[in-house]
Write a protein that binds this ligand. Structure first.
Ligand code: GAR
Length: 190
């Protein structure tokens, strides 16, 4: 059984989808820990409810990114994590994490990269008035949403859709696509 770590900063619906895919035997993996840079994030509560170990930290309480990433790498090493899954982790990975887990960190982003990198990708796409939107899963490198693309899904934006409806479409795609891509990557590691 392969081990994964899920990193998230907020609500954690992608964490829930991954967890459910495991429970439903669609994804053969074990979530060894959840890492969050917000101690009061909903994802922290959700992980605790599932009895998954949580490392929730306040980045401001560390002298530098290197210091908290060293702690994270120690945790990941101790859990023998095969794949680091960023699911709404709103922080750039630094050299300590990247050097330790190069090629083993993936991210999901709510746009068709390379369009609309960074924060509020959905808002950026709506403001731009694009007619096709989507989701990208990619490897993580030191840039902002710039690593090699693994998978993408798109959908047509119908006239008059609200932001909430667009977000729901994005999430619906993410919750199916992310577990299946994780499964494929873990199978390729065997
Ligand atoms: C997801 O839509 C994910 O694509 C996005 O954050 C959301 C997290 O939702 N990630 C980024 O914007 C990364 N740049 P969740 O907490 O409900 O899974």
């Amino acid at each position: 059984m392969k081990s994964i770590a899920v990193f998230a900063s907020g609500t954690g619906t992608n964490f829930e989808a991954i967890q459910k895919a495991i429970e439903d035997h669609q994804l053969e993996a074990s979530i060894e820990c959840v890492v969050s840079d917000h101690r009061d994030a909903k994802v922290v509560e959700k992980a605790q409810q599932k009895n998954i170990e949580v490392f929730a930290f306040d980045p401001k309480s560390y002298p530098s990114k290197k210091d908290y990433e060293k702690e994270i790498v120690t945790l990941l090493d101790s859990k023998k994590v095969d794949l680091v899954v960023l699911a709404g982790y709103m922080r750039l990975c630094g050299e300590v994490l990247l050097n330790a887990y190069e090629g083993k960190i993936i991210n999901i982003h709510p746009s068709l990269l390379p369009a609309f990198k960074g924060k509020d990708a959905i808002g950026q796409a709506i403001d731009y008035g694009v007619k096709v939107m989507g989701v990208t899963i990619h490897y993580v490198d030191s840039g902002m949403d710039s690593g090699k693309i693994i998978a993408q899904r798109s959908f047509d934006v119908e006239e008059g859709l609200s932001r909430e409806e667009i977000e729901a479409s994005i999430h619906a795609i993410e919750h199916v696509l992310y577990p299946s891509v994780i499964q494929k990557l873990l199978e390729e590691m065997k």
